[in-house]
Write a new protein. Structure first.
Lengths: 306, 475
C-alpha cells in the first residue's frame, strides 16, 4: 500500500494519468515480489523467474497438481469434503463471513434499498443562495484609518471586531435575516403566504438559514422551497426586506462608528437541481448501517452457534 | 538545574529498568513515555513535523522486521542478535486475531487517500504522511504482539509501572520547581512532561492508569508499587487539563464497579468525588467535575447546553465539527482522504485538527472508513471481552487482568475519541497498542488452545506377553 502511495505521489506530477500509472506499476511490482517470495519456499531462482514469465515449470520438475478425476462421483465428493480447521483467526473470520455471505448481502441490500426508498419518498427542495456583505460605510473606514480611535459598540462598550459575541457586523445581521417576522413578511411579498398566514420559529428555520462567514464581512443566506422559482422569489423578498430593515435600523444609531451597511454581493440564484434529499449521503449512510448491522448479525449468529 | 536533575534521574532509572528487563520492547515502552518530542524536519503543509521519535521507531521496527523474517526463514538457525546488550524479542507468536480488521481499516483508509489525491481533495505529501503514520502505529501493535511473550507479562507490568511512576515524578517536580515569570501567571496546562499538549499527556496517563486499575481490580498485581502508581496516575490524570481523559477514566471506573457489583467501592468513589476540589488544582477540571456532578444530581440537559455555549474550547470544536460534517456531505462514501481536514479546519487561525476523532474519520475516509474503524474497535472489544472471561482455556490472573485492562482501554479510548483525536497521537498510540497487543496475545493463545488442543499422549503399548514355553515337538 505504501509502495502504491509513493508511486502515486511520484506520478502526481503528470496528473491523474500519472497517479493511475504509478499505482498500477507499484501493484505489478508488489505482485511480482510477493509471488517470488512465496515461490522461494518451493523452487529455485530460475524456476521462479520462468514461472513469473509465464513459461510454466522447468522440464524435469515434479508435477505437483493432482489430476482431475474422470469419475463424476469422486469429483462431486470433493465438493462435500469437510473444510480443514482454519490456520489463523483471519482465515476463521473470512470463513464465517463467507458462510454467511447470503444474509450479509441481503441485509446490506435491504438497508441500501430502504435508504433509496426513503430518498425517493422525500419531497425535493431547491436552495437559492445569496451572499451579502455587512460593512461600515466608506467615510467611517476612512475616519478610523485616520484616527485609529477605539470604537464604542451599540451596547456602549468597547467594540471588538474579533469577538463573535460582540461584533455588530455579520454576526448581528445573520440572525435578523432569519427572524420569523421578517421571513413571514417576505413570504407574503413573494406570494407564498396569504395575508392571514404566518410562520413560527420552526417553519422559518426550515425555510431560511443564514450564517456569518468566518474571517469575512459576509453573510450566506440560503432559502429552501419545493420549486426553484419560489426559492429564488423568497430569497429576493428576504434580501429586499433585509436591506430596508438595515437602512431603517442603522439610521437610528447615534454613533456613526458602528454603522453597518448591508450590501448584496451575489444575487439570489435560480437552482437548477434539488439540493434535498441528498441522495449520495442517504445511500452511503444506508450502506454503512447495512454493513454494521450485517456484521453484527454474523457475529451474533456465530456466538449463538458456538 | 531542575531539567538536568530530571533528565539524569530518568536516564538512571531507565538504565536500571533496562538492566532488569533487557528487552527491546522495554526500551520502547520507556522511550515512548519519556522521550520529549523533538522535531527534525517539517512536512510541507502539515502541522506535524517528522521527529526524532519517528526515526527511532523506524529503526526499531526495521530491526524487528528483519529479525522476524530471518527467524521465520531460518527457523533452525541461532538468533543473529545473540550477544547484543538488548536481547532479541520473542518471535514465535500465534497469528494475531486483529490482523483481518486492521488490514481492512488500513486498506480502506489508504484507498480513500489515493482517491482523495486523485480528486485533489488532499495533498499527496499530506496523504502519504498520514497513511504512513497509520501504518506506523499498526506496526507498533505487531511489534509488541510478537515481542512480548506470555511469560514476560510480569516484566511488562514492571516496565509500564516504572514509566508511569517516572512521568508522575517529573510532573510533580516540574510543578514544585516551576517559578512563574513576571506578568500573567503561567497556565497550568503548559506543564506536561515530554508531551506536546494536555490532550496526549492526559490520554497517556488515562490509559496507563486504566491498565494499573485493571491489574489491581482483577487481582493481577496489587503490590505496593502498583498501588502507588495507580494512585499517582489517577491524581495526575485528574490534573492533566484533559477533560476527555478524566471522563474516560471515570467511565471505566463506573463500568468496573457496576460490572463487578462493587457497591461499597461505589460509595468510596462518591467520597473521592467530594474530595475532588481538594485534590484537583486545575480550574478547568474542577469546572468539569462540577458540571458532571450537577448533571448527575439534577439530570438537567441545560447543564450540558450551557457548558457548550460558555466554553471556548467546545465552541471551537462545534465550529470545526460543522465544517468537517459539511465536507463529509460533499463526499459521503469515501471522504476527502487522510489529512484533507488540514485544508479547512482552523484553531486560532492556524491549520489544526477537528478535535473529534469520529468526525475526522467521517470527513477523511467517509462512511467506508468509519464503518471499518467501528468494526475494528468492536472486534477488538469482542475478542478481548471473550478472552477476559474465565474459561477452561483461560490463563492465570495476570494475563486475564491484562486482557481486562485492554478491553477497558478500548472502551475508554472510544469514549474520549469523541472529543480528542486520540488515535493519531503517537504517545497515546504507543501505550494503547502495547496494552492491546498483550490482550490480544492472550486471546490468540486461548484461541489456539481451543482450536488445536495439545495432542493426547500416545497410548502405552500393552506389556509384552511372557513367552510361551515351547511346546514339545509332536512326535
Amino acid at each position: 500500500m505504501l509502495l502504491a502511495l509513493g508511486a502515486a505521489y511520484v506520478g502526481a506530477g503528470y496528473g491523474l494519468v500519472g497517479v493511475a500509472a504509478g499505482v498500477s506499476i507499484a501493484c505489478v511490482a508488489e505482485f511480482i515480489a510477493i509471488n517470488a517470495y512465496a515461490f522461494s519456499y518451493f523452487a529455485d531462482a530460475v524456476t521462479i523467474a520462468s514461472r513469473l514469465a509465464g513459461r510454466g515449470r522447468r522440464p524435469g520438475a515434479a508435477a505437483s497438481r493432482p489430476r482431475q478425476s474422470s469419475n463424476p462421483v469422486a469429483r462431486r465428493a470433493r465438493g462435500f469434503m469437510i473444510a480443514p480447521v482454519p490456520t489463523s483467526p483471519a482465515a476463521w473470520y473470512l470463513r464465517i463471513l463467507w458462510n454467511a455471505r447470503l444474509p450479509f448481502l441481503i441485509i446490506v441490500a435491504a438497508c441500501v434499498g430502504g435508504a433509496a426508498v426513503i430518498t425517493a419518498l422525500q419531497t425535493p427542495l431547491y436552495a437559492s443562495r445569496t451572499l451579502m456583505s455587512v460593512r461600515p460605510p466608506p467615510d467611517v473606514v476612512a475616519e478610523f484609518l485616520r484616527t485609529h480611535r477605539p470604537k464604542i459598540g451599540a451596547d456602549g462598550r468597547l467594540y471588538d471586531e474579533n469577538d463573535p459575541l460582540r461584533q455588530s457586523g455579520p454576526g448581528r445581521w445573520a440572525p435578523r435575516l432569519t427572524a420569523p417576522g421578517l421571513v413571514t413578511l417576505a413570504a407574503r411579498d413573494a406570494g407564498l403566504l396569504s395575508a392571514g398566514q404566518s410562520l413560527d420559529d420552526t417553519q422559518a428555520a426550515a425555510w431560511v438559514t443564514a450564517e456569518a462567514v468566518d474571517g469575512a464581512d459576509l453573510v450566506r443566506l440560503t432559502v429552501w422551497q419545493p420549486s426553484p422559482a419560489a426559492a429564488q422569489k423568497l430569497a429576493e423578498a428576504i434580501v429586499a426586506r433585509g436591506l430596508e430593515a438595515n437602512r431603517r435600523d442603522e439610521a437610528e444609531l447615534i454613533a456613526p462608528e458602528v454603522h453597518r451597511r448591508l450590501v448584496v454581493v451575489d444575487l439570489p440564484t435560480l437552482p437548477a437541481s434539488p439540493s434535498f434529499p441528498r441522495r449520495d449521503v442517504n445511500l452511503a449512510a444506508g450502506f454503512g448501517i447495512g454493513v454494521l448491522l450485517a456484521a453484527a448479525f454474523v457475529a451474533a449468529r456465530q456466538a449463538i452457534k458456538s | 538545574m531542575s531539567h538536568l536533575l530530571i533528565t539524569a534521574a530518568c536516564v538512571a532509572v531507565s538504565a536500571w529498568q533496562l538492566w532488569r528487563v533487557p528487552r527491546v520492547w522495554a526500551f520502547l515502552v520507556l522511550f515512548i513515555a519519556l522521550m520529549p518530542k523533538v522535531p527534525l524536519a517539517a512536512v510541507l503543509g502539515n502541522t506535524t513535523p517528522i521527529r526524532i521519535d519517528d526515526v527511532v521507531l523506524a529503526i526499531v521496527l526495521i530491526w524487528w522486521a528483519r529479525t522476524l523474517f530471518r527467524v521465520r526463514l531460518k527457523a533452525d538457525a541461532t538468533s543473529p542478535a545473540d550477544g547484543v546488550g538488548l536481547k532479541p524479542d520473542a518471535t514465535d507468536s500465534p497469528p494475531s486475531p486483529a490482523t483481518f480488521f486492521l488490514l481492512l481499516y488500513w486498506g480502506i483508509a489508504i484507498a480513500c487517500t489515493l482517491i482523495g489525491m486523485a480528486a485533489l481533495t488532499t495533498e499527496p505529501l499530506t496523504g502519504v504522511l498520514h497513511a504512513g503514520r497509520l501504518v506506523q502505529y499498526g506496526l507498533l501493535y505487531y511489534f509488541f504482539y510478537s515481542a512480548i511473550a506470555p511469560d514476560e507479562f510480569g516484566r511488562l507490568v514492571e516496565v509500564a509501572r516504572t514509566a508511569v511512576l517516572l512521568l508522575c515524578a517529573i510532573w510533580i517536580v516540574q510543578h514544585w520547581t516551576h517559578a512563574p515569570a513576571a506578568g500573567p501567571p503561567t497556565p497550568w496546562a503548559t506543564l506536561y512532561p515530554t508531551f506536546s499538549a494536555s490532550y496526549d499527556f492526559g490520554g497517556y496517563m488515562m490509559l496507563a492508569t486504566i491498565l494499573l486499575y485493571a491489574l489491581w481490580s482483577a487481582g493481577g498485581s496489587r503490590s505496593l508499587l502498583t498501588t502507588l502508581a495507580l494512585v499517582t496516575g489517577a491524581i495526575v490524570t485528574a490534573n492533566s487539563e484533559s477533560r476527555a481523559s478524566l471522563l474516560g477514566l471515570a467511565l471505566i471506573v463506573a463500568i468496573d464497579l457496576v460490572w463487578h457489583a462493587r457497591w461499597r467501592s461505589l460509595l468510596a468513589m462518591g467520597v473521592a468525588a467530594v474530595a475532588a476540589p481538594y485534590v484537583i488544582a486545575s480550574n478547568k477540571m474542577l469546572t468539569l467535575v462540577h458540571g458532571v456532578t450537577s448533571f448527575a444530581t439534577t439530570l438537567n440537559g441545560n447543564v450540558i447546553r450551557q457548558a457548550i455555549a460558555t466554553d471556548p474550547s467546545l465552541a471551537l470544536r462545534a465550529k470545526n465539527w460543522r465544517l468537517a460534517f459539511e465536507h463529509w456531505l460533499a463526499r459521503p462514501l469515501l471522504g476527502d482522504g487522510l489529512g484533507g481536514y488540514l485544508a479547512y479546519v482552523r484553531q486560532y487561525d492556524l491549520p489544526a485538527s477537528p478535535d473529534g476523532w469520529y468526525v475526522r474519520v467521517l470527513a477523511d475516509t467517509g462512511v467506508a472508513g468509519f464503518v471499518a474503524f467501528a468494526v475494528l474497535m468492536t472486534a477488538l472489544l469482542w475478542m478481548l471481552v471473550r478472552a477476559a472471561r474465565p474459561t477452561p482455556h483461560s490463563a492465570g490472573p495476570l494475563p486475564r487482568a491484562l486482557v481486562y485492562g485492554a478491553a477497558l482501554a478500548v472502551v475508554a479510548m472510544s469514549a474520549s475519541a469523541v472529543l480528542v483525536d486520540v488515535f493519531v497521537s503517537y504517545k497515546i498510540m504507543g501505550m494503547f497498542w502495547m496494552v492491546i497487543a498483550a490482550g490480544t496475545r492472550v486471546s490468540a493463545d486461548a484461541w489456539q488452545a481451543a482450536c488445536h488442543p495439545p495432542a493426547r499422549p500416545a497410548p502405552v503399548p500393552p506389556p509384552a506377553l511372557p513367552a510361551l514355553p515351547t511346546s514339545p515337538a509332536l512326535s
